[in-house]
Every structure is written in structure tokens, then in C-alpha cells.
Design a protein around this ligand. Structure first.
Ligand code: HEC
Length: 153
């Protein structure tokens, strides 16, 4: 093998390695939203009338005259972190995973979420702001474990 082939091989390996690294990096990082503004998010939430169906833990949202009571709470105690990936998915693809706190027939018809799909009229900025508004309203509680010590015999 001459020097040129060796160099070409080394360069090839390097490129391959960098590509692998980059892929691993991207999949670990998932995706990153630009920072939103929680206050604008609350406004967008009310503007889009999300509170027709949702209450938000710790926030007193205005009532919509004539609408039935909202029936799905957002925020509050959850067993695991709601990442912004989870929240974005819940908003842009509501049927992907239904909220787990309710019986399916309460929140879905034939497995399809009762939530509207807003994708053709919600702006990305509104989405980012709404996620910023909602995320801190979730309160992650570690599940309680009951340890039982068995006598050794
Ligand atoms: C017509 C009623 C309705 C409206 C309006 C509505 N949603 Fe929903 N939403 C639901 C229902 C029902 C669920 C539970 C089923 C599911 O997970 O899709 C839900 C679930 C969610 C969840 C996931 C909750 C969880 O615990 O997994 C988020 C986040 C959410 N909605 C955000 C929004 C936002 C933001 C808006 C306004 C842009 C909105 N919703 C408007 C009915 C609605």
C-alpha cells in the first residue's frame, strides 16, 4: 500500500467516524425548540380556546361563555417528566398517545383524540410559547415505593 492510498483510507475513516458521531449526537439530543415566552403562551392558549376543554393546574383561566366545563387537566402531578418533545407531540399529533389519566372513552372516539388538530392555523411561535407556558405546570412526583423487609431465615 502506498502512502497516498493510506492517507485516502485514513481520511475516509475519519469522515465515517465523524458522521457516526454526529448521528449519535443528534439522536441523543433529540430536537431543540427555540426558547418560548410563557406569558405569550398563556395568551395563545386562551386565544386558540384550548381552555374550552382544558384546565391548567395552578392557573385560573377565564371561562368561555356557553361552553361546557373543561374536562382534561394539563399540568399537575405526574409520575415522569413531560419533556417539550412530549408536549409538542401531544399538541401536533393528539392521537399519537392519549393522556393516560383518563379512561379512553372520555378522551377519544374510536382511539382518535377528541382534541382538534391545530396544525394548519397554529403558528410555530404559538406552539413554542404554549409549550413554555405548560411545561412548568407539571409537577413530577417520584412514585412511592413501599419496601418490605423479609426476615432472612
Ligand atoms: C375539543 C377539546 C379540546 C381542545 C379545544 C383542546 N384539547 Fe388538548 N386534549 C383534549 C383531550 C380530550 C385530550 C386527551 C386525549 C389526548 O391525549 O389527546 C387532550 C390532551 C392534550 C395534551 C396532552 C395531555 C396529557 O396529559 O398527555 C396537551 C398538552 C393538550 N391537549 C394541549 C392542548 C392545547 C395547547 C390546545 C389548544 C391549542 C388544546 N389542547 C385544545 C381535548 C382538547
Amino acid at each position: 500500500m502506498n502512502a497516498r492510498t493510506l492517507i485516502a483510507l485514513l481520511v475516509g475513516c475519519l469522515i465515517a467516524l465523524t458522521a457516526c458521531d454526529r448521528e449519535a449526537y443528534m439522536s441523543q439530543q433529540g430536537f431543540r425548540l427555540p426558547d418560548g415566552d410563557a406569558e405569550a403562551g398563556r395568551k395563545a392558549f386562551v386565544y386558540l380556546q384550548c381552555h374550552e376543554c382544558h384546565t391548567v393546574a395552578g392557573d385560573d383561566l377565564p371561562e368561555i361563555a356557553g361552553a361546557p366545563q373543561p374536562y382534561v387537566e394539563l399540568g399537575g402531578k405526574v409520575a415522569s417528566v413531560k419533556t417539550y418533545g412530549d408536549l409538542v407531540t401531544s399538541i401536533i399529533n393528539p392521537s399519537h398517545r392519549l393522556a393516560t389519566r383518563y379512561a379512553e372513552q372520555v378522551v377519544a372516539d374510536d382511539g382518535e383524540s377528541k382534541m382538534h388538530v391545530y396544525n394548519s392555523y397554529m403558528t410555530v411561535q404559538q406552539l413554542v410559547d404554549i409549550v413554555m407556558y405548560l411545561q412548568p405546570t407539571y409537577d413530577v412526583q417520584a412514585p412511592e415505593y413501599h419496601y418490605r423487609i423479609y426476615p432472612l431465615s
